[in-house]
Design a protein around this ligand. Structure first.
Ligand SMILES: Cc1cc2nc3c(=O)[nH]c(=O)nc-3n(C[C@H](O)[C@H](O)[C@H](O)COP(=O)(O)O)c2cc1C
Length: 167
């Protein structure tokens, strides 16, 4: 699958088969995240790979969707705002850097035949305490990683004319 096919193929998958993800695949997708660029190369990112069933059960308090826990692995992408580059107007790029790394991971997972789903609608203080994150680490997004049970249709995207201005 080339990168364009991978991008077309990716979906938010909200049902997973129980079989485990091969360690080599997990390592490759984490490596894809590691290779992501970041503002001023500060690399203010941190990933938590959750396999432990007890921790998954606890996470239900932070994100209460049964389907999310059908995947064998959950990955939480975090940022380190104190380490991140800040623009002269004060804008902190930590979350952007974390999102770029997470997108690398998600596209790599797609290329590996794995399914994912970006999740942001979780309770941050609970995720921080359940994952025992130190105070400077901020959870930005999570994704299940596993093999899809049902593959959904492509969702609508605005046409290019609506989102691009060529001047
Ligand atoms: C930053 C971000 C946060 C998201 N958070 C959630 C979420 O909390 N729950 C959820 O079910 N989907 C979430 N999604 C998935 C979007 O709903 C989905 O990407 C969008 O509807 C397009 O569908 P597609 O991913 O299948 O192309 C999120 C996506 C992104 C990029």
């Amino acid at each position: 699958m080339d990168i364009y096919e991978t991008m077309k193929h990716r979906r938010s998958i909200r049902s997973y088969r129980p079989e485990p993800v091969e360690e080599e695949k997990l390592n490759r997708i984490l490596e894809a995240a590691r290779l992501a660029p970041s503002a001023a190369n500060r690399q203010p990112i941190y990933f938590v790979v959750i396999k432990d069933e007890k921790i998954k059960q606890q996470l239900k308090k932070a994100y209460n969707e049964e389907w999310f826990y059908t995947a064998p692995i959950i990955i939480c992408a975090c940022s380190l705002p104190e380490k991140a580059w800040k623009r002269s107007d004060g804008k902190n790029y930590a979350d952007i850097d974390a999102a770029i790394a997470m997108d690398h991971l998600i596209l790599a997972a797609t290329a590996e035949g794995l399914a994912t789903c970006w999740i942001a609608a979780f309770k941050v203080p609970l995720v921080k305490s359940i994952l025992q994150l130190s105070p400077e680490i901020e959870p930005v997004a999570m994704t299940p990683v596993g093999y899809p049970l049902n593959v959904t249709e492509q969702t609508y995207r605005k046409p290019l004319e609506e989102i691009v201005k060529i001047i």
